[in-house]
Design a protein around this ligand. Sequence first.
Ligand code: GLU
Length: 343
Amino acid sequence: MSLGVFISVGAWAKPTVMIVATGGTIAGAGASATNSATYTAAKVPVDTLINAVPQIQDLANVKGVQALQIASESITDKELLSIARQVNELVKRSDVNGVVITHGTDTLEETAFFLSLVVHTDKPIVLVGSMRPPSALSADGPLNLYGAVALAASPESKGKGVMMFMNDSILAARDTSKRINIHTNAFSSQWGALGTVVEGKTYWFRQGVKRQTTQSEFNIENIKGDSLPLVQITYGSDSMLPVAYDAYAKAGVKAIINAGTGNGSVPNYLVNTLKNLRQQGLIIVRASRVPDGFVLRNAEQPDDQYDWVVAHDLNPQKARILTALALTKTSDTKEIQRMFWQY
Ligand code: GLU
């Protein structure tokens, strides 16, 4: 890990916001200004990102840490744990009021949800990315960064947990996902935004009710090593084969998230495969490939009878994160189901 630290001079009364840079498009570089979608992610270092938006120094004393320089699709549990540990150390510091994490948008939602589950703090943690690289016409990164710093610096953000800031919207870590892969309004939640930032001021409209940060039973400080229990996702469609499930089982996965069609449905010709895997000890979680709504327990399948878990409204990739964390504590399906109701 390289530590590029940039310190600005500001009024002592200003809050201090740490920017933890991990890469992504917000740190990308294209060949020309018209390359809004063709570019290399994770090129620009954190001090350049900070210097490009000098107005953030009016909001806070902003300092940067280069935690990673990576396109977020290449993040694994190892990087996830590393980001969480670095953020956890920062929020413990009395001279830090909030943290902004610049991140690729592809798996920003996983990192945000993971941090919301394992970092115990009432200080705001804000993940931000961009859809266009800094080199593009109408790059969205600078204003996203400005809003993210405003959000992390605001006293009103205390106790609001882990948030994302994209396209003017303050979004909850647990239920926001990347739903458009080409436009700047890429992120949304079926339950709506928490608020918005306009001209560096936060405006709030809702608050989440699910457990996170200080309310979470998971804690990065209790997780050892640089891997999590292995959990993989299978994607539902018509005409499926059982081989993917069996291959995952052979590879030693502890749980399979079945991103089923509709209400987390399982085709009749695959039910026995999943029942057998459960009998072998794998956790089976029924999620849905449909972005909105939630999977109803015992509706499409008799979950009580098969001892399966439902992901509720968490999408498959978030269900993977929660299941992996759950497995650090228990393999009791009743307990894992309780976690899905609560987080
Ligand atoms: N795929 C890259 C990443 O997730 C670039 C996409 C982006 O950041 O918008 O880091």
